[in-house]
Design a protein around this ligand. Structure first.
Ligand SMILES: [Mn+2]
Length: 273
């Protein structure tokens, strides 16, 4: 059997904004996959208004995905910071670096109302790290996960529809600078990803992340930065496939309630080392 690693992100199972209502909708995406990588925000494990819903989604994720492929790696995101203990992954002998992507930003979610609180918690957390280890990415990821897990859910799991849409609109439309901040994060993310890899994973020729829900492929002088988008409207997502000699980016389409692979967006040779 040929090895096929597939990277997906930001499924946000249990969030009302996600188009994934049942995990079985994702089943066609697992055909032929030997190693499935979920790159964060698979669900929301943070404290929320409906602890039973949160616990049920978490349990469903942990029961469903191990059966999806022979090998599975679940990486954490800022919404599911405590889902596993794995915060990043290197594939293809270090040539591909996989991380959710909030680590690229100094406040995890620069577009969120929670950004000032997150900045304070991160600043306090940094002071607890010995100065000589503050640049260590492992320390940084551990701190980011500790802070992310402490930020409560917002509108994501509100049960009452009317209240959900009211809170959703409030959370995305206020303050009025929100849209600008989202666009700014989209503009900066590839550059920040490139810079992070340059500093901490110089051997990585590809950086694969999600987080911003802005799918795309960007080229920096040293590497290719790929974002796999999300399962929440409006922009959709992509899958990144790794075989022995290629990196292939494919769009994900929804058809008849199921998610499937669509067009090949890009194909890159994976240099042998
Ligand atoms: Mn995220």
């Amino acid at each position: 059997v040929a090895e096929l690693t597939r990277i997906l992100s930001d499924i946000h199972f249990g969030d009302r904004a996600s188009r994934v209502v049942r995990l079985t909708q994702l089943q066609p995406l697992f055909d032929g996959v030997t190693h499935l990588v979920l790159n964060g925000d698979t669900t929301d494990t943070r404290p929320g208004p409906d602890p039973q819903h949160t616990a049920a989604c978490r349990a469903e994720v942990m029961a469903f995905f191990p059966r999806a492929a022979p090998a599975l790696t679940i990486l954490t995101g800022n919404h599911d910071a405590d889902l596993t203990e794995i915060h990043s992954l290197e594939l293809a002998a270090g040539g591909v670096f996989v991380v959710h992507g909030d680590i690229f930003f100094d406040n995890i979610v620069p577009w969120s109302v929670d950004a000032p609180l997150i900045e304070r918690l991160l600043a306090a957390g940094v002071r607890d790290i010995p100065p000589d280890r503050r640049d260590d990415p492992t320390e940084r990821m551990r701190l980011f996960r500790k802070v992310a897990a402490a930020i409560p859910q917002r509108h994501q799991s509100e049960k009452c529809s009317l209240r959900y849409y009211a809170r959703f609109l409030h959370d995305i439309a206020w303050p009025p600078t929100r849209v600008w901040r989202i666009l700014e994060a989209w503009r900066l993310a590839p550059r920040l990803a490139g810079r992070f890899a340059q500093q901490h994973r110089p051997a990585a020729r590809f950086v694969v992340s999600g987080h911003t829900h802005h799918p795309g492929i960007w080229f920096t002088p040293e590497r290719t930065v790929i974002n796999t988008g999300s399962y929440c409207p409006p922009l959709g997502g992509t899958a990144v496939d790794l075989t022995a000699d290629q990196v292939v980016v494919r769009s994900i389409v929804s058809r008849g309630g199921e998610f499937r692979l669509g067009d090949v967006r890009a194909r890159f040779p994976l240099a042998r080392r």
